[in-house]
Write a protein that binds this ligand. Structure first.
Ligand SMILES: Nc1ncnc2c1ncn2[C@@H]1O[C@H](COP(=O)(O)OP(=O)(O)OP(=O)(O)O)[C@@H](O)[C@H]1O
Ligand SMILES: [Mg+2]
Length: 236
C-alpha cells in the first residue's frame, strides 16, 4: 500500500504551552483513519498542524513523499492536502453551486475525478439545493457542502475535523453514509472525531489521543469492544 500522509514526532505549541507531544501518524492511500479523543485532547490542533495553520514545533510531515513540514497552508493545499475545519465556513452569499465552482481545480497529479456532475451524483441533497444561498443551509447541509467543496479540488488526502459535531442523528447518518461511499470510491481520509460510533463503519483503524499524546492504536472493530480504552480516553 502507498503511504500518502505521515507525521513523525510532531509537537505543537500555542504560545508557551505545549499542546502536542510526539504524535506519529501514518495514513495509507484509500484508507480512512480515525483520530479519536475527547474534548480538548488535541484533535483540531493535530489537524491544523498537518494543514500548516499551526506550525510544527518539532517533527516531520510528509505528503506523498514530500516533506511539507515547513510549507505554508496554500502550498500544502496545492500539493493535495484538503483541510475541512470544524467551523464549516461557507461563502454565505453565494449559491451552493458557486461555492463548489470557486473551489474547482485539478489535483496535484492533474487528475480531475471530481467535477460538478459527479458531486451532484454523490451528494443528491446538494443537487436539490444547488441554487440556494449557502448561508441559508442547515448545519448538516453546510457540512456536506464543505466536504464536497474540498473534493472539488481533487485532493490526495482529506482532513475532516469533527464532521458529525452538533448535528442531529439523522443528519449524522447521512454524513456517515456519504463518507463510507467516499472511502469505497478510493478517497483517503483522516477523520478527527469524539464520537467513536460515528467512526466505526467509516474508518478501519483508529488512533486515540489524550492530552496531546497518542495513547492507543487499534482497528475500529477492536476498539468498539475495548471498554477499558473507551472508558479512559473517550467520552462514552
Ligand atoms: N488558540 C489556542 N490558544 C491556546 N490554547 C488553545 C488554542 N486552541 C486550543 N487550545 C488548547 O489546546 C488543547 C487542545 O485543543 P484542541 O482544539 O486541539 O482539542 P480538540 O481535541 O479538537 O477538542 P474538541 O473536541 O473540543 O474540538 C486544549 O487544551 C485547548 O484548550
Ligand atoms: Mg476540535
Amino acid at each position: 500500500m502507498t503511504e500518502l500522509l505521515r507525521a513523525d514526532g510532531l509537537s505543537a505549541f500555542y504560545g508557551a504551552s505545549q499542546i502536542l507531544f510526539d504524535i506519529d501518524l501514518v495514513l495509507e492511500e484509500k484508507c480512512t483513519l480515525a483520530l479519536l479523543g475527547r474534548n480538548g485532547a488535541g484533535k483540531s490542533t493535530t489537524m491544523k498542524t498537518l494543514a500548516g495553520i499551526v506550525p510544527a514545533g518539532s517533527g516531520r510531515i510528509v505528503l506523498a513523499g514530500r516533506d511539507i513540514t515547513h510549507a505554508p497552508p496554500h502550498a500544502r493545499a496545492k500539493l493535495g492536502l484538503a483541510y475541512v475545519p470544524e467551523d464549516r465556513q461557507v461563502f454565505p452569499e453565494h449559491t451552493v453551486e458557486d461555492n463548489l465552482l470557486i473551489a474547482a481545480k485539478s489535483g496535484p497529479d492533474g487528475r480531475r475525478d471530481w467535477t460538478l456532475p459527479r458531486i451532484w451524483d454523490a451528494f443528491p441533497l446538494l443537487a436539490n439545493l444547488r441554487a440556494r444561498q449557502a448561508g441559508r443551509l442547515s448545519g448538516g447541509e453546510q457540512q456536506l457542502l464543505v466536504i464536497a467543496r474540498a473534493l472539488m479540488g481533487n485532493p490526495l488526502v482529506l482532513l475532516l475535523d469533527e464532521p458529525s459535531e452538533g448535528l442531529a442523528p439523522i443528519v449524522v447518518a447521512t454524513i456517515s453514509r456519504m463518507l463510507r461511499e467516499l472511502r469505497a470510491s478510493g478517497a483517503t481520509i483522516l477523520l478527527a472525531e469524539q464520537n467513536m460510533h460515528f467512526c466505526l463503519r467509516i474508518a478501519e483503524m483508529a488512533v486515540v489521543i489524550d492530552k496531546g499524546k497518542v495513547v492507543h492504536r487499534e482497528d475500529t472493530a477492536g476498539l468498539a469492544g475495548n471498554d477499558d480504552i473507551r472508558r479512559r480516553y473517550l467520552a462514552i
